[in-house]
Design a protein around this ligand. Structure first.
Ligand SMILES: Nc1ncnc2c1ncn2[C@@H]1O[C@H](COP(=O)(O)OP(=O)(O)OP(=O)(O)O)[C@@H](O)[C@H]1O
Ligand SMILES: [Mg+2]
Length: 1050
């Protein structure tokens, strides 16, 4: 099951409904108050059942935790403490009583006289320190740490009780539906008649014990209203959940007797209680006769004053004066009585009553301690019963102290359960993931550190006029910005937000934020009685009363500046307590209140969850989920089971034995873990293991056989494993040896290289200067003046190329070569030569080589330039001659072309003339024929004309003329179109002018004109392209052109 708050809550609920009120969370006991008696749960048989049993062996129980503490004390030889915590009514005091009973009855015997006294201390403490509240009808209004001391043989030798923070305000007033301390009611209802008479508590015969509430009490006692027992707000008070006060008184008286308090001493105690009651009935009113605004007793109070002073054995007048006046000393030492106002006088009365009662309580506790003394104590088991974290709508000084105490206990819990646990896991190498938890140490610092809230409160109390608002403002001012402190207006509750900033403060406790109202802080922090009143009491004839004020632990201090405040005292007590807790082993019991109605079988989930959270169960559950709450040392486990084992197994090493045992038992590997010195179990598994072994002794032989088998197997496996390991190790050694040689080689190489590398690098660089390499002149010069590829061969080649001074240059190169060889020899012979020396020699040679090379280069360059210029000159001459020859050739070619063209033109001319002659002859023949035709037609026309009129002849002539014109027009359009087309196609076309043709035609028509002569020179076709020629042939109508083309083609 996954452990978290929800599963825990459900588990607690299911168990609670089955009357199983106890549940373990690890080793922490969660106890839910059943609000009824569960049969046989705390019987003597039950005590015997749990005696000596491991935790978890029997169902969870407060006895099991007590037994564990007892066994731990024995086994670990260490004192133990048990912290019982929870809110009011959760069952802390009841649980404490059961624990004490268990411890006092250890050994199965009834409690001895000392044990009985320890047990009897409880009812006495409850009578004087418990009261009915709305949350618990038997609420402890103080905290206590009860120590039971043991001898070396673990027998009870005595005890000691420390008590903390008795709620004093309850003595004078109580909240609605609450009561004063039980003893007041018990005394009034249960004291013998004689005693009552002595105490001035009225006529006992008329006293009715079953209805005890203040008004009836006063009526029955026939005494004025008992003011300290009056609770005006309560309507049904004390009629329900009534304690049987009368019978309780008898028990208390008997318990006091058992504690060794004599009848006389008991009477003295009751006298103080009665005196407190009578004091409470003294009331004050304004003294009209007093011009200083003083007060006087009300007439009705006079009887009470007398009774009080009688019981206190004080002079009535002195008591009256002491209450109504304050004695003060002036600066010059004069003593003056300052009259008090009625309210101030009432405060003085209350202060006296509180002081008397609280000192009585201290006295009773010290008497109890005196009755259970111990000379020597080896160990002790302490049980802490102190109120848990409290938060009400209105929180005062008491809640502040209680919550401060709970913060400290929570830190202790965190350290013990979470921090130490995790350290132990780490020490034992369990590798449990880290659990984080809220660290509340800053909240403790806020309260108790220097100039923290307590210090500020004490400082305020020392001021001439202490003021709650001033104190609150100082808290906010001095501790401003602290993470744990807030202004009331930051509260989530409206009621708190309504408070002014100087009326309260919020402290963010580990369990939640609590808003404290500071109005009563200063008064409650100062429980010192005013000096005049204290002096009065010290003069009382009642020796017991007198001793109460004299036997205070602290040295007698007086004055405001010297008093030890309640908070400071509590802080000191708490620190002492924490030291005690730190030095002991600890068990935790978290008491849970199941509902606010104090009813059985009513499980209020929300409230319980909140209580579990306040108890820090969330982190514990996380730790349990991953951790190992039960553990035991190998040795102790071995010891524990030794008796069951045969000699062979009993002799085994404790760790090996445990391992073998768990394996043989078939325990799941995840349920336990082996640490360095301890074996750890998951929650609940230790009990399983414990039970398996102890509860089945008959099967022990079989179990031992299984252990033997397992041992045999595991040893065989170990042998195998060992052999493999040895082989592995051998190989590893060999492998490392080989690698060592490689490493050695590398190191030597490195050293040799370090020593000789500069030498051979130097030699190789020098040799390069000699050898044949590509020549990169520019790089050589530019790169730091050092050569790359420069060599003497190259220089020699340059020198031999020189025509002037060759011999000289060659000797320089030879000289350089000698130097170079000398440098190489030097490096070769001196194996200690330094890198810097080699470098310097090299640079020197290179510089010289460079210098000589530059000179040689220069000479060679000059030589080359001269040769180049000569070459150029010759080329130019050659070019000039070539140019002239070319020009002549061109002239010749041009002349030849001209000649050729002329010839072809003449040829064309000749052909044209021949063609012309031929055409002329043809035209002459044609003209002759036409003339013949015309003559014949003329003859016909003349005949026709003869038969036609003149008009008809005219019309015919016109018709012929228009026909000719139309043809001419048509011809013209066609030519134009052809011309345009030719132009569009980019063809060079020369079309004869229509007009010319027309003219020609006319001329031809008239017969007067001569035929057109084509001029062959008109067209120079030599520059025409082939395509142009082709287009002209295809498209042109120019006859001349066509003739030229034709001639050309022939
Ligand atoms: N184990 C129990 N069995 C039966 N009733 C119990 C048990 N524990 C507590 N109660 C009942 O609950 C009441 C309150 O218990 P108890 O006085 O121990 O509370 P508390 O935690 O001490 O409260 P406070 O802080 O007010 O003193 C007891 O008076 C008793 O009636
Ligand atoms: Mg209690």
């Amino acid at each position: 099951m996954y452990l978290n708050e929800a599963t825990l809550l459900n588990n607690v609920r299911l168990r609670y409904l089955k009357d199983k009120i106890y549940t373990y969370v690890g080793n922490i006991l969660v106890a839910v108050n059943p609000y009824n008696d569960i049969q046989d749960l705390y019987s003597t048989q039950s005590i015997s059942r749990y005696r000596g049993k491991s935790l978890g062996l029997l169902p969870p129980h407060v006895f099991a935790i007590a037994d564990k503490a007892f066994r731990d004390m024995k086994v670990l030889s260490q004192s133990q403490s048990m912290i019982v915590s929870g809110e009011s009514g959760a069952g802390k005091t009841e649980s404490t009583k059961y624990i004490l009973r268990y411890l006092c009855e250890t050994g199965g015997y009834a409690a001895g006289p000392i044990e009985q006294r320890i047990l009897d201390a409880n009812p006495v403490l409850e009578a004087f320190g418990n009261a009915k509240t709305t949350r618990n009808s038997n609420s402890s209004r103080f905290g206590k740490f009860v120590e039971i001391h043991f001898s070396k043989s673990y027998g009870v030798v005595g005890g000691y009780i420390s008590h903390y923070l008795l709620e004093k305000s309850r003595i004078c007033s109580q909240n609605v539906d609450e009561r004063n301390y039980h003893i007041f009611y018990q005394l009034c209802s249960g004291a013998p008649a004689e005693l009552k008479m002595k105490m001035g508590l009225g006529n006992p015969e008329k006293f009715h014990v079953s209805v005890i509430f203040s008004s009836s009490l006063t009526r029955i006692l026939k005494m004025p209203l008992v003011q300290y027992l009056v609770n005006r707000g309560s309507k049904t008070q004390h009629t329900r959940n009534l304690r049987n006060d009368a019978s309780d008184f008898v028990k208390i008286d008997k318990a006091l007797d058992t504690l060794g308090i004599s009848a006389g001493d008991r009477q003295e105690i009751y006298t103080i209680v009665a005196a407190v009651l009578h004091l409470g009935n003294i009331e004050f009113e304004n003294d009209v006769d007093d011009s200083h605004g003083g007060s006087r007793l009300t007439p009705a109070s006079l009887k009470s004053l007398e009774e009080a002073s009688r019981l206190m054995k004080l002079d009535v007048g002195e008591l009256k004066l002491g209450l109504a006046f304050r004695t003060m000393q002036t600066a010059c030492g004069d003593v003056i009585n300052v009259p008090l106002k009625p309210r101030e006088a009432a405060s003085a009365r209350d202060a006296l009553a509180k002081s008397m009662y609280s000192r009585l309580f201290d006295n009773i506790v010290s008497r109890i301690n005196a009755s259970i003394p111990f000379q020597t104590s080896a160990f002790y088991i302490g049980v802490l019963d102190i109120a848990g974290f409290e938060y009400f709508p209105k929180n005062g000084f008491e809640q502040f102290c209680i919550n401060y105490c709970n913060e400290k206990l929570q830190t202790f819990f965190n350290e013990r359960v979470l921090h130490h646990e995790q350290i132990l896991y780490a020490q034992e190498g369990l590798q449990v993931p880290r659990i984080t938890y809220a660290d509340n140490s800053d909240c403790i610092q806020l309260v108790e550190d220097k100039m923290g809230v307590i210090d500020l409160l004490n400082e305020e109390g020392k001021l001439p006029k202490p003021d709650a608002c001033h104190f609150t403002a100082a808290v906010h001012k001095n501790l401003h910005g602290h993470f744990r402190l807030e202004l009331p207006r930051c509260s989530k509750l409206r009621q708190h937000r309504e408070l002014r900033d100087d009326e309260g403060f919020i402290i963010r406790h580990f369990a939640g934020a609590v808003c404290y109202e500071t109005a009563q802080f200063i008064e409650k922090n100062n429980d010192a009685l005013h000096s005049s009143l204290e002096a009065l009491v010290c003069e009382a004839k009642n020796h017991f009363l007198k001793s109460l004020f004299e036997t205070v632990d602290q040295p007698k201090r007086s004055g405001k500046l010297n008093y030890v405040s309640v908070a400071s005292k509590f802080r000191g007590q708490l620190n002492e307590l924490m030291e005690k807790l730190q030095s002991t082993g600890t068990s935790f019991i978290r008491c849970i209140k199941p509902n606010g109605k104090m009813a059985p079988k009513d499980f209020d989930g929300g409230g319980i969850l909140s209580q579990l959270q306040c108890a820090g169960m969330g982190s514990v559950l996380k730790l349990m989920q991953q951790g190992y709450p039960s553990r035991t040392g190998f040795q102790s486990l071995h010891e524990m089971y030794k008796q069951y084992l045969p000699g062979k197994l009993a002799r085994l090493d404790a760790r090996l034995f445990c391992k073998a045992l768990f394996k043989a038992l078939g325990l799941n590997d995840t349920d336990f873990k082996f640490g360095v010195s301890k074996v750890f179990f998951r929650a609940g598994k230790f009990a399983e293991f414990d039970q398996m072994l102890k509860s089945d002794p008959e099967n022990l032989a079989a179990l031992v056989d299984r252990v033997k088998q397992w041992l045999l197997r595991s040893r065989w496996k170990k042998v195998q494993w060992g052999a493999i390991m040895v082989i592995k190790l051998t190989k590893k050694i060999e492998y490392r040896r080989e690698n060592l040689i490689v490493m050695q080689k590398m190191v030597r190489m490195h050293q040799a290289r370090k020593q000789h590398q500069p030498r051979y690098t130097g030699i190789s660089r020098l040799k390069k200067l000699q050898a044949m390499h590509a020549f990169k002149r520019n790089e050589n010069i530019i790169h730091l003046g050092l050569p790359y590829g420069i060599n003497l061969d190259h220089m020699q080649r340059i020198a031999s190329e020189l025509k002037a001074n060759r011999e000289n240059s060659l000797s320089i190169v030879a000289n350089l070569d000698r130097n170079l060889m000398a440098a190489i020899t030097k490096i070769k012979t001196d194996d200690k030569i330094l890198r810097s020396t080699i470098e310097a020699d090299y640079v020197e040679i290179v510089t010289r080589v460079n210098k000589e090379l530059i000179l040689l280069d220069k000479k060679l360059e000059q030589q080359k330039t001269a040769e180049e210029q000569e070459k150029l000159r010759r080329i130019q001459e050659q070019m000039e001659a070539d140019r002239k020859r070319e020009e002549e050739e061109k002239l010749r070619v041009a002349e030849e072309a001209t000649m050729k063209r002329k010839k072809s033109q003449i040829e064309v001319q000749r052909r044209l003339e021949e063609e012309e002659v031929r055409q002329l002859e043809a035209q002459a023949v044609k003209a002759e024929a036409e003339r013949e035709t015309i003559a014949a037609r003329h003859r016909l026309n003349t005949t026709q004309f003869a038969s036609m009129s003149v008009e008809e002849a005219m019309a015919k002539a016109i018709e012929e003329d228009s026909l000719a014109r139309q043809q001419l027009e048509q011809e013209r359009r066609d030519r134009e179109l052809a011309l345009r087309l030719a132009r569009e196609m980019g063809v060079q076309v020369i079309i004869p002018c229509l007009f010319d043709e027309e003219v020609a035609a006319n001329q031809w028509g008239s017969g007067a004109a001569s035929p057109v002569k084509t001029d062959p020179t008109k067209y120079d076709l030599t520059k025409w392209k082939y395509s142009d020629l082709r287009d002209a042939i295809n498209t042109s109508c120019d006859v001349d052109l066509l003739e030229v083309l034709k001639a050309l083609s022939e």
